[in-house]
Design a protein around this ligand. Structure first.
Ligand code: NAI
Ligand code: 15L
Length: 268
């Protein structure tokens, strides 16, 4: 049976807020979880992923989890270790203990951020591109994908790891023209990932059907995802403001963009 009750971790965040708005129309009854209170949602659970009791109670009885909680940008190693690595491990342990069978996990383009972006005539980046994290943040997403594989192989818990490009209401950079996932397509993809059968552990790219797409959507389409949006209407304005990408600048020639060139955050 298709999942109905879904725990949404990271519900107070940007993507969580967009998905809280869009996913109920697909028939889901969302249970909300975040470190910080969720606006206008007094029933949301306010707890750290590392609060094992709270997390176990939060997953009890749900059909699936959409796991968005965590630090969403580069940070210190210790903070990434706590929120993203230990926190994601805690989520999988809670799911195992409570018998939850399906997780849709937010991975990121930054798990493979050093991958060169395709130039004209190159094939798109495949969904089985090897890990090339561009930051400790990206490394934590590699960990999340490997953890998902372990929990599938060992415990039969299924995961769709979504290497999200950039999911925001509108693209705001030339790079995002290639990676943008409209919120509506994000909801379509999460719905497909929750309902497709026999996913085992599947890695998919999360983007709209952008004219300038850099990566392959075939594993996402195989789940039933049919993206409806394209960033192209935003292209002329963004290129006029920001210029065409400079092929000599790694921040523009690697998938991860400025994450590849930003200085580390201290203490390292
Ligand atoms: P965000 O930073 O707006 O939201 C993350 C939420 O997680 C926040 O509300 C925060 O309070 C919560 N959180 C952080 N640490 C926590 C902890 N220890 N316990 C419980 N909750 C905790 O980020 P956004 O943009 O909403 O992203 C959501 C997820 O999707 C993140 O995992 C991010 O890495 C991933 N992602 C997002 C992309 C995007 O374009 N928005 C692109 C690629 C990945
Ligand atoms: C991410 O992984 C971040 O969470 C998001 O804030 C954006 O920076 C996105 O990648 C991106 O690469 O545009």
């Amino acid at each position: 049976p298709a999942p109905r009750t879904v725990l949404l971790t990271g519900a107070a965040g940007g993507l969580g807020t967009l998905m809280r708005g869009l996913l109920p129309a697909y028939g889901y009854d969302l249970r909300l979880f975040d470190l910080v209170p969720v606006d206008d949602e007094p029933r949301a659970i306010t707890a750290d992923l590392n609060d094992r009791e709270a997390l176990r109670e939060a997953v009890r009885g749900v059909d699936a989890v959409i796991h968005l909680a965590g630090i969403s940008l580069e940070s210190t190693f210790d903070k990434i270790l706590s929120a993203n690595i230990r926190g994601t491990h805690a989520l999988y342990e809670a799911a195992r203990e409570e018998g939850v069978r399906r997780i849709v996990a937010a991975s990121s383009n930054h798990a493979v951020g050093y991958t060169p972006r395709p130039l004209a005539g190159d094939p798109p980046i495949p969904a089985d591109a090897p890990h090339r994290p561009d930051t400790f943040y990206g490394l934590s997403k590699c960990f999340g994908e490997d953890l998902a594989q372990l929990y599938w192989d060992r415990y039969g818990i299924e995961t769709v790891s979504v290497r999200i490009g950039s999911c925001f209401p509108e693209p705001t950079s030339v790079r995002m023209l290639s990676l943008w996932m409209s919120p509506a397509d994000g909801a379509r993809l999460f719905h497909a990932a929750l309902t497709a059968e026999d996913v085992g552990h599947t890695v998919v790219h999360g983007s709209s059907a952008n004219t300038r797409l850099w990566w392959d959507l075939s594993s996402a389409r195989a789940l039933g995802y049919a993206p409806q949006d394209d960033s192209e209407p935003y292209a002329a304005k963004l290129i006029a403001e920001q210029g065409e990408p400079d092929p000599a600048d790694p921040a523009q020639t690697r998938l991860g963009g400025h994450f590849v060139t930003d200085p580390p955050i201290w203490p390292h």
